[in-house]
Design a protein around this ligand. Structure first.
Ligand code: 13P
Length: 251
């Protein structure tokens, strides 16, 4: 059985006070049996939120990014070593907003992934195509090529530690969700590509999350698909009542 995961990505939202309240409400609700809940928290709140969830079974915290170097003269940056020293276990890497606004390439993301894994952090690695590529019908090869140029270069031993998130860019923050059929199609293609590189057994173990306008109304339908193992959720992870419904969206 693959791990079911409800991951929130808070992005650059909320004050400390709001973040504490949100975390406390999620802890009070508890992660549903058999579901791993991961909160993608802004750097400045990581330590505080990690302390809040530390006693809650099945709730973990992720950073939203990390630098590729372990330390050094990189003013304003955060290293995986710093994150692991806080007891953070997960890090989101390769989000399309990082790729687009901060020019993060596949090669850089492979480097970040290697650094994170070497320090014992578990990456949630994002991929996904822009609208023009979806319209051109080239979306599957586009996403598989993103993976070939990055995490498919890892050893099998490292690769199996990853969580993959498929996030079509045209569905992020737009209210337009990929249909469950579209999500399932891409997830099955990603899993087949993993099987080609690393073998079927490993491919069956990897959790592949869908992200892009997941909400309380559509989570159940998406999560019911055979290769959709959960969600990476932006806007709908910022309100506890909504995100709790997403967390409970597994059959
Ligand atoms: P939304 O759920 O707001 O569309 O964001 C998705 C996302 O980018 C999660 O990483």
């Amino acid at each position: 059985m693959r791990q079911k995961i409800a991951a929130g990505n808070w992005k650059m939202n909320n004050t400390l006070e709001e973040s504490i309240a949100l975390a406390n409400e999620l802890v009070a609700a508890g992660s549903p049996e058999g579901v791993l809940t991961i909160l993608g928290v802004p750097y400045v709140y990581l330590d505080k939120i990690n302390q809040i969830v530390s006693g809650a079974p099945g709730i973990e915290v992720a950073a939203q990014n990390a630098h590729q170097a372990l330390s050094g003269a990189f003013t304003g940056e955060i290293s995986v070593k710093m994150l692991s020293s806080l007891g953070i276990k997960y890090v989101i890497l390769g989000h399309s907003e990082r790729r687009e606004y901060f020019a993060e390439s596949d090669a850089l993301l492979l480097s970040k992934t290697n650094t994170a894994l070497a320090e014992g952090l578990l990456p949630i690695f994002c991929c996904g195509e822009p609208l023009a590529i979806r319209k051109s019908g080239e979306h599957i090869s586009y996403v598989i090529n993103q993976l070939k140029a990055s995490i498919f270069q890892l050893s099998a031993e490292d690769f199996k530690k990853l969580i993959i998130a498929y996030e079509p860019i045209w569905a992020i923050g737009t209210g337009e969700t990929a249909s469950p059929e579209q999500a399932q199609e891409m997830h099955a293609e990603i899993r087949a590509a993993i099987a080609d590189v690393f073998g079927d057994e490993l491919a069956q173990e990897i959790s592949i999350l869908y992200g892009g306008s997941v909400n309380a109304a559509n989570a159940k339908d998406l999560f019911a698909r055979a290769d959709v193992d959960g969600g990476l959720v932006g806007g709908a992870s910022l309100k506890s009542d909504v995100f709790i419904q997403v967390m409970n969206g597994f059959q």
